[in-house]
Design a protein around this ligand. Structure first.
Ligand code: NAP
Length: 264
């Protein structure tokens, strides 16, 4: 049995009160649940989603704001950050969460448009969202100037043969967060990832029956949202670049990556 990292204690969410958050993919599933949890913690939330109506509905329910964006478009990410700064007077917390399944493999079922779309949403969406948010976070004062959580997946920690392109872009999110997180931590910006197992949201609809037949337990979206909010509030500490697994029946915690063998 490998050594597992100690499970960090839950943090006090009152630190989040009156902060401003941007949640991509906030119209549905994990993003929606996180928008609700953040609002409950006293955060002013901007819901950014491709589905403008769904985003508006969440914003109306939590007393927040909504903007329709496609996260695969760089300018749209800048527009969402500018919207948050104008409407709410700044930006402190960012949840880069919008994502899609791929719907194709790499054999006869390869589809270039689906491949580009999946990489555009799941990877570019996180990179562009980070790039767009950084000036707003850097403009904040204090030892903690902001926090970003990116949504990867367990498919970003282990290879998933049935969804190789999804697994590739979710691994890329893990690599990006591990690369950028420690450097941003030096600036007082916490940047970590979540890696949930299967969760009860629309994205699993195409495989819901198969998962049920295999007896796979789905995480409630609210359980994943709780971990996101904990990370935004500082549960991973100040080092940055942590990738937290969220699995049914386990306390969430940082995945322990093995070191790479050094040169001899
Ligand atoms: P979901 O219920 O389908 O929510 C995803 C939301 O993102 C939807 O509102 C969707 O809008 C929106 N979206 C899709 N493409 C977008 C784009 N280009 N720009 C802006 N918004 C966009 O699924 P979810 O499970 O909550 O997914 C959230 C994240 O969790 C994804 O990154 C997913 O990969 C990840 N994840 C999910 C699971 C799981 O089992 N559910 C497990 C691990 C990781 P539309 O409805 O219009 O497409």
């Amino acid at each position: 049995m490998p050594d597992l990292p100690a499970v960090p204690a839950a943090v006090d969410l009152t630190v989040l009160r009156d902060q401003v958050a941007l949640v991509t993919g906030g119209g549905s599933g994990i993003g929606r649940a996180t928008a609700f949890a953040l609002a409950q913690a006293g955060v002013e939330v901007v819901v950014a989603d491709l589905d403008g109506e769904a985003g508006e509905a969440v914003a109306a329910a939590i007393g927040g704001h909504a903007i329709a964006i496609d996260v695969s478009d760089l300018e749209a990410n800048h527009a969402a950050v500018a919207f948050a700064r104008e409407r709410c007077g700044g930006l402190d917390l960012v949840f880069l969460n919008a994502g899609i399944s791929t719907g194709c493999g790499v054999g006869d079922d390869f589809d270039l448009a689906r491949y580009r779309r999946a990489m555009g949403v799941n990877l570019d969406g996180v990179v562009f969202g980070t790039h767009a948010a950084l000036p707003a976070l850097r403009a904040n004062d204090g030892p903690v100037r902001g926090a970003i959580v990116a949504t990867s997946s367990l498919a970003g920690l282990v290879g998933v043969p049935l969804e190789p392109i999804y697994s590739a872009n979710k691994h890329a999110v893990v690599g990006f967060v591990r690369a950028v997180g420690p450097a941003l931590a030096l600036e007082g910006i916490r940047f970590n990832a979540i890696c949930p197992g299967f969760a009860e949201t629309a994205i699993v609809d195409p495989i819901r029956d198969a998962l049920s037949e295999m007896g796979v337990n789905l995480l409630p979206a609210e359980t994943v949202a709780d971990t996101v909010v904990q990370l935004l509030a500082g549960a991973a500490g100040d080092a940055g670049g942590a990738c937290w697994f969220v699995q049914p029946g386990r306390e969430p915690g940082p995945f322990a990556f093995r070191g790479v063998p050094g040169a001899r």
